[in-house]
Design a protein. Sequence first.
Length: 128
Amino acid sequence: MNSNLNEIINKLKELTLLEASNLVTLIESTFGVDTSIISASQTPMNIVPVDIEPVEEKSTFDLMLAEVPSDKKIAILKIVRNITGLGLKESKDIVDNAPKLIKESLSKEECANYTKDLEAAGAKVLIK
């Protein structure tokens, strides 16, 4: 290392916290930089501007029956029939074989309403 750099480092080690803070402020104003955006793990060499695209909020959801307690099957079966419009046998297959997809492409509100009904009956529900 260059002797001038060693001398600078040694002088920096002797600074008080207030003096170091003032030095940072002076460096920022002299060189037109903002040190508040640079973390300890980053150096100016690896900071790359990135175009951030807005994340689209999901508009449709899939409702899945995750778990059905055996003593709650009949109540949950009735709700599954109402949601799906399926017959007794098909609805029973869904309830008996959880985890199972109940309905696809639902709105957020529909999922919330169906989830509330199913959970009130004792089922565990997943929304994907």
